[in-house]
Design a protein around this ligand. Structure first.
Ligand SMILES: NC(=O)c1ccc[n+]([C@@H]2O[C@H](COP(=O)([O-])OP(=O)(O)OC[C@H]3O[C@@H](n4cnc5c(N)ncnc54)[C@H](O)[C@@H]3O)[C@@H](O)[C@H]2O)c1
Length: 244
């Protein structure tokens, strides 16, 4: 696999990545710094962020900033954007997948799922669009194959939120496409620590660090409002809904 900086350079770009303390978000952060981006990493897990910051600082010559922010709390999202420097790229990756039957969940469980998996993406996106003003910007949202092809039981709430992330991305591409390039990644089963912890054998395996190389190779400046699905062995399925 090629080094990311052989494919593109993100030098001089500033990126925000949510859910960066582990899994896909952590792998994304590492690929971004490999390409030279300055990164602002957001998560509730401050220990995970600190450990990633240490790794980045010891291996890469880029600026890395960490922010302990609970994305289910709007005031914390607002606090971040009040003091944030100009951001070029926003990756809305943070998410929770907690299994529960629709017949058993109470309202607080349902609300927490929607707040983290959908509402936070909406508010982060809105702040980003506001902050960029007339500048160009890039949004990469992370949905799930579950949005199109539910394969696990007891994830109805999650699937709903992830469909919302796709709809949000396509609508942003349509409305702000002249200056904001918005796309959504739809991972299949990625064997992250969280998934490993759930010991779900049905989940497909994929090398995490392949994700961004594959994504970047198959996307490009022409990609707008696209749904990019990462499948087994890094093969990417792409469907573009040209917002016109
Ligand atoms: N791993 C998979 O198989 C898979 C498949 C499809 C989609 N996804 C999606 O990819 C994204 C990342 O998944 P992952 O497997 O890397 O998960 P993960 O659990 O390893 O990472 C998610 C990160 O989000 C953070 N987070 C959770 N709630 C938060 C909150 N309220 N505020 C701030 N940070 C919060 C967690 O602390 C964690 O570091 C999620 O949106 C998930 O739904 C994952």
């Amino acid at each position: 696999m090629k080094n990311l900086n052989e494919l593109l350079s993100l030098k001089g770009k500033r990126a925000v990545i949510t859910g960066a303390a582990s899994g896909i978000g952590r792998a994304t952060a590492l690929r971004f710094v490999e390409a030279g981006a300055e990164v602002h990493l957001i998560d509730v897990d401050i220990e995970g962020l600190e450990s990633l910051k240490g790794k980045i600082e010891s291996e890469f010559e880029v600026k890395v900033h960490i922010h302990r922010i609970d994305l289910s709390k709007n005031e914390e999202i607002e606090g971040f954007w009040k003091s944030a420097p100009p951001i070029d790229i926003l990756v809305n990756n943070a998410g929770i997948y907690r299994f529960k039957s629709i017949l058993e969940m109470d309202e607080s469980f349902y609300r927490e799922n929607m707040t983290v998996n959908l509402d936070s993406v909406f508010f982060m996106t809105r702040h980003f669009i506001e902050q960029t003003g007339k500048r160009h910007g890039i949004i990469v949202n992370v949905s799930s194959i579950e949005a199109f092809l539910p394969f696990a039981r007891n994830l109805i709430h999650y699937d709903m939120a992830k469909v919302g992330v796709v709809a949000l991305t396509r609508a942003i591409a349509k409305e702000f496409g002249r200056r904001i390039r918005a796309n959504v990644v739809v991972p299949g089963g990625i064997k992250t620590e969280s998934v490993r912890r759930m010991r779900r054998r049905a989940i497909l395996k994929m090398e995490l660090d392949k994700i961004w190389t594959v994504l970047i190779r198959h996307s490009g400046r022409s990609c707008q409002g696209c749904t990019l699905s990462l499948q087994r062995n890094g093969i990417l399925y792409k469907r573009c809904h040209n917002p016109g």
